[in-house]
Design a protein around this ligand. Sequence first.
Ligand code: NAP
Length: 523
Amino acid sequence: MGQTRTVDTLVVGAGFSGLGAAIRLIQEGFDDLVVLERGSDVGGTWRDNTYPGAACDVPSHLYSYSFALNPGWSRAFSPQGEIYDYIRSVAHESGVLDKIRFGVEVTAVEFDAERERWTVETDADTYDARVVVLGVGALCEPKLPEIDGIDEFSGQVFHTARWDHRTVLAGKRVAVIGTGASAIQVVPSIAGQVGHLDVYQRTAPWILPRIDRTYSETERAAYRKIPGLQRAVRALQYASRELQVVGLTRSRAALTPIRLIGRAHLAMQVRDRRLREAVTPTFEIGCKRILLSNTWYPTLSRDNVDLVTSPIERVTADGIVTADGVDHPADVLVVATGFHVTDSPFFERVRDAAGRTLADKWATDGMEAYKGTTVSGYPNLFVLVGPATGLGHSSMIYMIESQLNYLASAMETMRERGLQTVDVREAVQGAYNEALRADTSETVWTSGCASWYLDAKGNAPAVWPDFTFAYRGQTREFDLSAYRRTAAADAVATVTTDDPDTPEVDVVPAAAAAEKSGQVNPQ
Ligand code: NAP
């Protein structure tokens, strides 16, 4: 049995979001903080995705914290190893490593209404925390395909995000299931060493050229020495990515140039008519994430690679049988089938005061939060990379830093006002999400394809349907009037109502209310 430890703020996860939260909160003076990380290192998705060819589709200068630019990136799009090294060095230099407990898996996060604190169970100690910040990531729980017989396969089976580096691929017959962002990087990287490669495609993706190159030593020196140069390049990259938002969310006509580039890229790289037909996308560009590769189509044309488009019927001990009755032998099965995003198993571990899990709430009401960060009924819980914060076109780190502004401002507001809890009003959250749903219903993401942006009801609760600077604006300051709040037991200040027109009445846990009557003003 572990001990119970008391801490003011508990952060779950030490990837880009959790680590960023820890750095920011400590900077703001909230240093009674612990980060719990199930892995043995920081880095999150960039620690876990070690598959051959793993790299980022967002330009290197843009894909970094704004407070820790890296003039040393080796190329325009960074490979996984370099991003992993970057995040490790930021963790080291920011001095937060001693706040992180590695190898600790959070098993339950439950709000205690009487004490107005969170109880966080782990496979080691229990934590008693006032504030919980979830930095568990959106693309972290591998989604394994539910295919008949997959458990009976006699060779190795692994997901791209859990790559088994002990498995030797040289000369083997390898099957890769999926043609998303992960698959299109893996396949060209392993095709040259395997004996034979079958690529199972359910939906042909849109692919644009990858304009990548190495940075010369002179360029890197310039970024180091010329003040503002890297920020200027970053700003240009940011602006050019933001232009895509017009096409993705407002006007399909604005997607025409990239659609034409995609078609031309395909036509130039695939000469074989049948292959060309098979890889021609049948949905609107941008509906799924747009992929970047110069090597995908040429790899599919290799003699030792087959693109299989007949649906998978079942997996047998030695291969895959497709709906056309063909038996495709395989020694190794790589599943590149994505992640649980709108149905992450972590949501089953988070419970409100009545014991209702976030998973249950979101399965019933739809996955929603207020400003992607707070959820009504879950006081003092801040979800990073939460609902409606995902992006396909630009850097998630920008969205994370927006959320960190909001988190820091919330913590500061609570400190200044002597608040114990803040809990977003249900009506405010509802209205916010209704507006978001109206926005997303016009976007390209709901134009008829399947993707991780969508939930089971066909809404797109995972993506931000506007310019990212609009989100930055919304999250700049904590808007206390959107929240019900209770006073801290030792509060000197009295909580005052700054939104007298709001018809809702604060619901204060009975015990706390009795104890604190006189400190909390009903609204
Ligand atoms: P993904 O985009 O969700 O793609 C999953 C692929 O598996 C799709 O092709 C899907 O087909 C297929 N699939 C799923 N279940 C299947 C089944 N039962 N049978 C056959 N095929 C099946 O997953 P991902 O490629 O891992 O990428 C996820 C996200 O991670 C990306 O959108 C991106 O945000 C991020 N990522 C980024 C990079 C980068 O920056 N370069 C690299 C990797 C990942 P359908 O299309 O028909 O559903």
